[in-house]
Design a protein around this ligand. Sequence first.
Ligand code: BGC
Ligand code: BGC
Length: 651
Amino acid sequence: MRKVDLLRMKRAASVSMIFVLSASMLAGCEKKGEDKKETKDPYKNAIFRDAKASTEDRVKDLMSKMDIKDKVAQMIMAERNVEGGGAAYNMVTQYGLGAMLSGGGSAPVTGNEAQDWNDEINKYKEAASESKFGIPILYGVDSVHGNSNVYGTTIFPHQIGLGATDDEDLVERIGNITASETRAIGSNYAFSPVLGVAYDEHWGRFYECFGENTDLVTRLGTAYVNGLQGRKDSDDFMSQDHLLCSIKHFVGEGQVKNGYNQGNVEMDEKEWDDKLKNDIIKPYVSAIEAGAKTLMVSYNSINGVNCHENKELITDYLKGELGFKGIVISDYDGVEHCKGSDYKFQLRDCVNAGVDMLMEPLDWQNCYHTLLNLVRDGSVSEERIDDAVSRILTVKFDSGLFEEEINSKKEQDQMKQIGSDEHRAVAREAVSKSLTLLKNEKMSDGNTAIQDLAAANKIAVMGEAADDIGTQCGGWTISWTGNKGKTTIGTTILEGFKEVAKDKEFEYVDSAEHISDGTQAVVIVAGEDPYSETQGDSTGFGLFLDDEGTTMITEAKEKFGDSIPIVVILVTGRPLTLKDNIDNIDALMSAWLPGSECAGIADVLFGDKEFSGKTPVTWPVTSFDISDKLTDDSVVLFKYGTGLKKDGSAI
Ligand code: BGC
Ligand code: BGC
């Protein structure tokens, strides 16, 4: 078990003790809260409450009234109330916490329907409105491919699939819908998009990126930000149709050695400086210009220094040289990634490096008290706290949070639109556009394998992933890691086939042996099971197509030879080694991690739509070739940008 996990468990145990104590203490506070409601609001006429006053004046006024405890509380982001930690509603009121989150899969105890989330998040917002100054909270969720924690929402392809579409307009529309479905549950803050430039597909977060090309990441990342927040110079910017986003993770996560999640970037100083400033910074700069107001620090280190404690990077470069005025937020338990020997030193170094908001989900009380002590003993200056808090308040004022009605009529309307046909149609379009045809052989009749598939009347379908919503959605869906099975509402690849090509017969079999006579084409769906973060890291021998996939392909070829097309659809977050299979495949495509609307695949294979996806990553012959794939063509199976059409020509 990693140190951080151990720490998390230890802390969880101690937090639950604090919990027992604070529950009884808080019983008293609730009473005080009731008294408070009856007394007149002392800040009713304060400048900070005046929507017409300038943000600068409002921040100044509010800060002048806040004491150090109020300020430190604004810097905290706590997890919702979960066993072992988090913050209950009354703690938000009592402390005046700045922000809350639901981590991956952290659904309300009442259930995982949108209404459960809406009820809970609005109770947190009410709790914040009853705090000393009534400063609204940010409530963050990982809406990384749609509002993907919540049952019944529209789940879009993961970013790697959107990279294959290279379609900025589509990505912006996806951002719009994601914002609306996230706003619907009361959340005003999405931890998205990922702007890392992916390089080594051993990395378990490869699929969270748009691809390996900085220009592609820059264009699509900016489009996503425009979609989530609204266009900067329009009336729509940060309207109730949109929300704040956190661009993440800053910076270098795609460059770590061997693709280890949370690993280390090993480059000499000059090489790193050049890589950072002339290359991988571009997506961030462009997103910030488009109005991105918050940025999440990355778990990785650069030459041994974790980004969370890198003052040169955060304060000197990002806030100084690049002039970033927004909020820098730490990643989940990110403080513990600093090298200090004790939590106190880790927190000191993290805040002094320039982190403004601390995502300390279960452990937030420890964070709060430790930070107060660090200010008291002079280890963290009041100026640093003031800088952090004024950034937080500026973003809150600028995005209209103080004027927002809790559970507005608009929000209730948005609830009705969750998973609507209109939203799902856009996801289906994205699935079609991301489908990337990599190989399409000519068959003996002179047609391509894909043309023969389209003409076939009787088609055999194999592979668990063909009929599995959970696998198609991948990680960060309903739970943190994602799960196989019928985890949410949607259409599987097989269901899509039947829906779109009603006149054809589809026979779903578990092995080539069971394919019946008269079959005119075989479709095999294979790839990866869901995973997220470090758990998805695949090193050494990893990244080969699994045995199940290989067996299906080999047996189908043995049985049919070249007589009918053997078509393979990969459901995968990254290139897989196909060396032993490629000769047995007549047509190969990657659907990436398509999400909930897989009829989009049938729209291309059996409908009028043409293929338009192009691989956003260079596909090596084997996973051992990854380190050479950008410099040696002989180890490349499919070049960056490869994408074929139905007739076999290149897009
Ligand atoms: C991930 C972030 C995510 C956060 C909150 C972290 O583990 O690295 O991408 O936003 O958790 O769930
Ligand atoms: C949380 C995720 C978070 C992860 C960090 C999980 O327990 O649910 O949101 O990203 O821990 O390691």
